[in-house]
Design a protein around this ligand. Structure first.
Ligand code: GLC
Length: 464
């Protein structure tokens, strides 16, 4: 009896210690802890890829007049059967996720968010919920997200999934953000289709209406979100998009699934306004300094004129992209910069070149970006400022866009003592002085970096 009692007590002790161990590992993170890596990161890569890359913005020889190439199916009202026929030839034989992740890493990006399913409903992953996925609907026949998740793990890159939860133009019952017909529709019968879509909440093909929205949510969206949150290891971001005709009920169900990845960060596009998520998502624009102050925000932006691959001539210069990154960091935000891979699985050469050039700048100057906070100053006419606090002392990073011809740079109302001042580009010291409450910096005659030269100022105390 005594023996039994001892064993019994031992069992209680063991099970108790296992439980308490478990409860420490699954301890709920605070919002601040959950978002810590994201704030530190500041810079990520968006990837828009799918069947639409096969079109590259051209349908039946007609250039899509407006919108990103990823929405060609809706813009040109391509029938479901025709689009799915096209998908069969999707065969990205040059897909090399290891190279993708390496390019992001070398550019200084800390996370990747890829379209696991865009509005055309095509899943880049193996799915039991719908045959409209890369494994079942294309000649390629392999899951595209698995090897990407592996590469991200290898390079210590955070991975996030974009998922279009409401719009779906192929899986029946999904909604459509209605586009007007005139936008590049080459069909002479376009007016007829326009009337049809108006009556049918944007649907242009009866095949899209063989299920209800609720059936689509329960039969496709929910099981697929469960799949992407279960089958690819740790997922750091769920990036919802376009809550067209979302219901509260559907949003609750989708939100519940996020528990599968307790550390996950989500955006504000699940359903507006009552599902705010963690992050605001200004699109193609950088907010004014005060606009989103104190909030978690991320500007997503294309490098050219389209999210999905399109061979246009609207490429932003490397200078613009680097200055955007600095501008965003100086306002306390993140930059999610898009690449639209080609149908063969390679990045466009223009993107590769820009990523490399951003990487060259980051190699020298990234400490002015990572883990920094918004500028303590108002608008600086010659550039931007980011800041950090280390051991109670401030470090200011001044990114100079317009190098002063006379070498004199001034910041007004500056009352802190500067301990050291140097240029990150070449490590050279620069002279500073405080006169009548203004900081004066005297710089060499020419800029060490034409795009943005960073001056690192270490202060004796916290900047106030
Ligand atoms: C817009 C585009 C969509 C894209 C998204 C990214 O909503 O219509 O195609 O995925 O921006 O933020």
């Amino acid at each position: 009896m005594k023996k039994f009692l001892t064993i019994f007590i031992l069992l209680i002790i063991v099970s108790h210690s296992v439980n308490s161990q478990e409860s420490t590992t699954i301890k709920k993170l605070s919002d601040k802890e959950r978002l810590e890596w994201w704030h530190e990161a500041r810079f990520g890569m968006f990837i828009h890829w799918g069947v639409y890359a096969l079109y590259g913005g051209i349908y039946n020889g007609h250039e899509q007049a407006r919108g990103g190439a990823e929405s060609i199916m809706n813009r040109c009202k391509i029938p479901v059967a025709e689009y799915q026929e096209m998908a069969k030839s999707f065969n990205p034989v040059k897909y090399n996720p290891d190279a993708w992740v390496k390019m992001a890493k070398d550019a200084g990006m800390k996370y990747i968010v890829i379209t696991s399913k865009h509005h055309d409903g095509f899943a880049l992953f193996e799915s039991k919920a719908s045959p409209w996925n890369v494994v079942d609907a294309t000649v390629y026949g392999k899951d595209l997200l698995k090897p990407l998740a592996e590469a991200c793990k290898k390079y210590d890159m955070k991975l996030g999934f974009y998922y279009s939860q409401a719009q779906d133009w192929n899986n029946p019952g999904g909604t459509v953000a209605r586009r007007l017909m005139k936008e590049g529709w080459p069909n002479p019968d376009s007016t007829k289709i326009d009337i049809y879509t108006a009556e049918h909440k944007g649907h242009w093909d009866p095949a899209q209406e063989t299920s209800t929205f609720d059936e689509y949510i329960d039969g496709v969206a929910i099981p697929q979100v469960r799949e992407i949150l279960s089958n690819y290891g740790e997922i750091s971001v769920l990036w919802w998009d376009t809550p067209t005709r979302m219901t509260d009920e559907a949003a609750y169900k989708l939100q519940e699934l996020l528990k599968l990845q307790p550390q996950i960060i989500t955006n504000d596009r699940l359903k507006r306004p009552n599902f705010p998520g963690d992050t605001k998502t200004p699109e193609q624009k950088i907010p004014d300094q005060k606009e989103l102050e104190g909030q978690n925000w991320e500007t997503c932006m294309t490098m050219n004129g389209s999210w999905g691959w399109r061979d246009d001539n609207k490429w932003k210069s490397t200078e613009t992209l680097i200055r955007n990154l600095i501008d965003i960091a100086s306002k306390g935000g993140n930059y999610l910069l898009n690449v639209g891979p080609k149908p063969d699985g390679t990045f466009p050469q223009e993107s590769i070149q820009r990523l490399q050039e951003i990487g060259d700048w980051m190699e020298i100057n990234s400490e002015a970006i990572y883990g920094t906070k918004a500028s303590p100053f108002g608008i600086l006419t010659w550039g931007r400022c980011t800041q950090k606090t280390e051991n109670g002392k401030s470090i200011l990073y001044l990114s100079v866009f317009d190098w002063p011809e006379n070498g004199a740079l001034k910041i007004q109302e500056f009352n802190s003592k500067v301990v050291s001042a140097k240029l990150l580009a070449n490590g050279k010291k620069v002279k500073t002085s405080i006169e009548e409450g203004n900081l004066h910096i005297s710089l060499p005659s020419s800029a060490p970096d034409k795009i943005a030269s960073v001056i690192k100022l270490e202060l004796a105390s916290e900047f106030k």
